[in-house]
Structures are given as structure tokens and as C-alpha cells.
Design a protein around this ligand. Sequence first.
Ligand code: HEM
Length: 528
Amino acid sequence: MDFITPKVNVTAAQQDGLLDFQSPFTIGLSALVAFVFSFLIYVSSSPRIHPKAPAFTSDMTTFLGATGFTTRPWSFWVNSFKESKTGHFSFWLGRRHIVGITGHAARKMFYDHPALDFVSGAIILPFGIHFWPPIHDIFKPGFHGGRSNTFFLRRMVDMMKTEPLAKKLPDLVRDAREGSEVLMVDNSKAVIQPPEIWRTVFKQNVRLLFSNQVADDAQRFRRAVSNVDTLLHTVSHWNVLFSWLPAPSYIRRRLARRELVNLATEVVDERLKRTNCRADDPVQELIDNGDKREHIIEFFASVMFISTTNAHVIAGQLLNIMAIHPEWQEKVYKEIKAVGDAHSHNRDEPLVDKLAKIPLEIWESTVSFPTFDLVLKETIRMWTSFGVTRLNTSSDPIPIPGSDQVIPGNTFVIYNSSEVNFSEELYPNPTTFDPERFTEGREEFRKQPYGFLGWGQGKHPCAGIRWAKLQQITIVAHALALYKWSCCDENGGPDPYAKHRRELDSSKFFVLPPMYAKLEPRDESYYK
Ligand code: HEM
């Protein structure tokens, strides 16, 4: 058989086989180059955007978009704001178009507009568990009337009504006490990091909103702690830019989330099988309601994280602040002691024992702990300063008040609450810890609508506020009843640089700056 050999010019390199287009190496290399090239074309070809969307900030990186949005949230915000003619601006996160708004009129619209959804907005945050699309049905409105209109909110709010709270109060108070007791097992461990208290916050949340069978089961509780820890403290910046990218932090978070679902499934299924005896906890309540198994599991897997997110930061910071500001610590301590003494018939018993006798209405009364209330407000003001996100779930553009610009349909919008929380006008000397700014006659934050954002505002204020306040006072009351707190370095020596620092440009919001506190038992005899 004759073959016709094509005439080709063979170079020396080809003869050596270096440019052999058939080799697996060359094919692989070409595929990689083609992939990278197509990827770059893909990410740099911007989708069409609404002509009235705010102009783009220049504080972005080629191909990636606004990396500063999560890695240096406040300076990114300030740069973009300064550059903008209207105060509002656009930016890219990968190929997602995002609108940033500033100023009080736009802020009010942001918090009040019914089409701006809270849960869908959270998918562009670098932490979290369940907000990966598709959004689960339990977070969709229409389940109920009023503000708590989703399955998730309705069920959660029911668990914080007076009856369940009063019934569980003794156990929740015991958690607060044990959580403080373990901070100092003996005098050799007198130096702690205040954020360690987060396990107590979490235990109380598990007890109130899930089950004693997890809170009191050491092995299950450890599992829950470890996975919620991963979700709260593993930050995935890359996924904010490219939601599909399997970055290691993203994989860790997905696995942690799956473990929480497994845990919830185990507990719920055990209960469904058990027909002869009823437990008295939220798992049983949801089963007795006739709620769908899948909804119940999703609820518990999610509520463990959601209830702990802000609460664990605030509890750690409150204790840190108590250590740094002895004058405020003593005022709060006196209040706690006065309330404890008033509810005990035995004036000689330790204050922690007296605290167990305080009824729910006294813990919750605004007149019981007025100084603590000021301290809590000021702590929250400083520590709820971050990028707040929403998604315009309608296809219609939403006009931005005071401008001719819009938030286009199906577009994410962001407001950075540091603009309010650290405003010189609303909070003079905003970096100074000054609870008195909330006393009558001052209250400078009232100069603007929605001048206090510590519990959110408008359509999506904090749904856990009742329990959150009760939780924080029970934890601080026990921490101060047992110990005098002072700040120190990691060896327990004096720390001349100790200062309450809120780093607005931190790339890891829930990973708190290192801080140490020294504990000194208030009542030595109690430890003998
Ligand atoms: C001191 C502790 C807490 C603080 C400072 C706090 C603060 C906030 C803030 C500022 C928002 C609004 C966020 C936004 O506008 O995007 C919010 C929303 C929310 N909080 Fe809290 N929170 C705390 C504790 C809790 C607890 C313990 C729970 C649950 C038991 C909870 C459940 C929620 C829920 C479900 C929402 C969203 C409401 C909705 O979807 O409409 N929070 N919280």
C-alpha cells in the first residue's frame, strides 16, 4: 500500500521531539493555557449593568474585583465613598455586580425596602453556613404573617416566649455559672482569653433552641462546638469572589455544615422513633407541631450558628471591656450584687447562689441593671460594625433616595454600619468606649433616623433580641459575681498597652484580636 507523505518543514526542535504536539505534556499545557485564557476572558467580560447604577469604584483588582471588600472592609468603603460623586458606588466581586450605598436617606431605604432580602444577601459574606444557594424553604417568607414570616423565624421566636424562657431559666443560669467556674479551675489558671466564654454562649443557645440531649451530652456537644467553631472562624475570601471555587476554607466550611446536619438528623430521627416517652425540648415541640422532618433538621442545623454569631462576639468583648475598664466593672458588679441580695433570704450565701433565685422578670427588667444596659449598648455599637448585605429580589430597579441612581433588579446591595457606629456626629469620639453617650440628655445618635444599628432596623431587626439581652446579663452577672477582672499580658503581668480595640479594617470579623484577662476570686472562701 502506498502512503502519500505530506511535505513538511521539520525543524531541529521538532526533530528533538521538544515541540511534539501529540505528547500528553503539550496537550495538557495547551489545555491549561486555553482554560486560563478563557477564564480571564470570562471574568473580565463584564455582564451588562443598568445605566443608572452608581459608577464603579477604582479600588478593585483586575479580574478579581473588589478584594478589599472583605480583606480591608472599612478602608475599601471610605476610598470608594470619597471617589463617588453621589456617595453611592458599584463594584465587582468576580462577575457579580454589587452596589454600595451611603448616607442616612439611602440607609433608611436599605433597611425598610420590602424587596431587599436579608437571607439571600448573606451569600456574599465570607462566613456562614446555610446561605449557599438555593436558599432553603425554611427561610422563605409566606409561612406566617407579620415580621417573623418564615418557618425559621416563626419557630425561633416561639422558643423565646415567656413560658419556655421561664421554664428553662434555671438550666440557662446554671450554664452561665458553670461556664464562668471552669474559666478558673484553680489559682494556677488565672489568666484567660475572654472570648473563651463563647462555649457558654453556645451551650445556652443549644439548650434553649435545640435540645438538652445535645447540651448535656459531652460527645455530641463537642461535635457541635467544633463544627460551629469552623463555620464562625473560617473565612473564605475567595468564595466571595468566585462562589464555585473549591478553596480549602470553603471545603472545611461545607464539611462542618454537613456534620451539623448529620447531628441534627441523628437527634431528630432518634426522637421520631421514640413513641413511648416525650422529652420537653424544641425538638419535641417541632415534631408535635407536625413540622416536616426535613424542615426540622434544617432548622436545628442552622439555628446553632445563627444564634451564636453576634452573641459570642459580644459576650467575649463585654468581659474584655470589664477587665479594661475597672470603673465600669465595679458599677455593674454593684448592680448585680444589689439584685442578688434583694432576692436571697440568706445574706451570707455566695452571690452566685443568690443569682439562681432571680426570677425572669427581674433579669429582664430595664430598671434592674441600668448600668449594664448602657455598657451593653456601647459594646454592641462598636461590635456590630460591618458590611450589611441585602439582595434586591425583584427584577425592578429600586431608586436610591436623593440621587437619580438605582439598585438594579436582582442585584446585591451593601451598607457598612461602621458609617453610623463610628460617626463623629452621632457618636462623638467614636473610638472611645463611652456608655454615657446613651444616657438621657446626650443620646446624640438620635440626630438621624436609624442612628443606632446595634440590633438592626426596619424589616430585619434582630429576631433574637429578647434572649440575647437575657443571655448577656446572665453571663456577665456570673463572671463578675465570681471574679474581679483585670487586663494583663499573656503571662499575667501588667499590660501597659491594654486598650479596647475595634479594628474596623479586620479581614476576620469573628476572629477577635488577642486579649488577656486575669481573674481574682471575689470570695476566696468559695474555692476552699
Ligand atoms: C448581643 C447579641 C446579638 C446582637 C448584637 C445581634 C445583632 C443583630 C443585628 C445587628 C441584626 C441585623 C443584621 C442586618 O440588618 O443585616 C440581627 C439580625 C438577626 N439576629 Fe441577632 N444579634 C444578637 C443575638 C442574636 C441571637 C441570640 C439570636 C437568636 C437566638 C439572633 C437572631 C437573629 C436573626 C434570626 C436575625 C435576622 C432577622 C431577620 O431575618 O429578619 N440574634 N442581629
